[in-house]
Design a protein around this ligand. Structure first.
Ligand code: UT7
Length: 325
């Protein structure tokens, strides 16, 4: 009997305020046409000034917990992927733990920028498979609007806020094939030599401020397409399956052109790719669980579907997770 980490439920929270491309036209020298053509983004959610990442994460975590049918006391911990914590410390995860009334267990944040959710999921899976936890809440939460330079048109039109997550639960299964429910593989990578392609120009030990996002978009785009396709192929090979066996690709939502190029490279119809970038923008670590939750709620993703999650972001970091939902 092998232990698998099964997704018991998903949950999400998106801030009320919606910022359109037309709104952005009034803020910087840009156009709806440019943003739509270059990124596929039309609208995005922006948190209120007094709403922190922990607030967003708590609402998403509560939603996932309620949908799981479990009580807070049945969780063994919280892992939050974020690059925009409320404070340098303590972590967002301990705030979520306290707010949801989770009485015990581990709580920490993961910093892998846009790959954060895949990294956090991989860690949670390792804890569960090793028997160190039975049920974990894994959240991706970001207030990217707090580190965007709202005068920089090359980045402010792309990034956005939101939070979403999953409750993972240990389930024993005699079936060790890819037909069994749960996480079947995770692959994580980083190349720190490429850290200057996407970064913030500040931090606690350098400037004493959080800094603003700087990105060499064209370069990042190139790496995104090649790394995402490579890591997806690796997941397919390791599990002895082909792209045809995957029901849904649930990628990090940075740019519709990256999603289309990745789908093309994998010879996968775009209809099998969950696309939310048009109305979520780039929510960094929150983007994959937000896309997953949306597709679960609207009935596209059903129990038993084979999902391939993939991401690439600052670091550069990238990774994938193959999951039977
Ligand atoms: O989530 C982490 C990973 N991030 C990504 O994967 C993002 C990857 N990169 C991208 O998605 C794209 O590179 C962008 C959407 C950021 C940019 O698209 P692009 O086709 O690579 O445009 P570009 O950066 O090459 O810029 C083209 C032109 C430039 O003008 P010149 O130099 O050709 O005269 C920019 O100054 O577009 C100009 N530009 C804008 N124009 C209107 C840049 N931003 C804007 C803007 N509105 N907001």
């Amino acid at each position: 009997m092998a232990i698998k980490s099964v997704i018991k439920s998903t949950g999400a929270y998106l801030p009320e305020k919606i910022l359109s491309n037309q709104d952005l036209e009034k803020m910087v020298d840009t156009s709806d046409e440019w943003i739509t053509q270059r990124s596929g983004i039309k609208t995005r959610h922006i948190a209120a000034d007094d709403q922190t990442t922990a607030d967003l994460a708590t609402l998403a975590g509560r939603d996932a917990l309620e949908r799981s049918g479990l009580s807070a006391g049945e969780l063994d911990g919280v892992i939050v992927a974020t690059t925009t914590p409320d404070q340098t410390f303590p972590s967002v995860a301990v705030k979520v733990q306290a707010a949801l009334g989770i009485p015990a267990g581990l709580a920490f944040d993961v910093q892998a920028v846009c790959s954060g959710f895949v990294y956090a999921l991989a860690m949670a899976d390792n804890f569960i498979v090793r028997g160190q936890a039975r049920r974990l809440l894994v959240i991706g939460a970001e207030k990217m609007s707090s580190i965007v330079d709202w005068k920089d048109r090359t980045t402010c039109v792309l990034f956005a806020d939101g939070a979403a997550g999953v409750v993972l639960e240990a389930q024993e299964s005699a079936d060790e094939s890819v037909t069994a429910r749960g996480i079947h593989s995770t692959h994580l990578y980083a190349d720190g030599n490429l850290r200057d392609l996407l970064y913030t120009d500040g931090g606690p030990s350098s400037t004493g401020t959080s800094g603003h996002i700087k990105m060499q978009g064209r370069e990042v785009f190139k790496y995104a397409v090649s790394h995402m396709a490579t890591v997806v192929n690796e997941a397919l090979e390791e599990n002895g399956i082909s792209a045809d066996d995957v029901d849904w690709l649930v990628p990090h939502q940075a740019n519709i052109r990256i999603l289309e190029a990745t789908a093309k490279k994998l010879e996968m119809p775009i209809e099998k790719v969950v696309v939310t970038v048009d109305h979520h923008g780039n929510t960094s670590a929150a983007s994959i669980p937000l896309a997953l939750h949306e597709a679960v709620c609207d009935g596209r993703i059903k129990q038993g579907d084979l999902l391939l999650l993939e991401a690439m972001g600052g670091g550069l970091t990238w990774g994938s997770a193959l999951i039977r939902f």
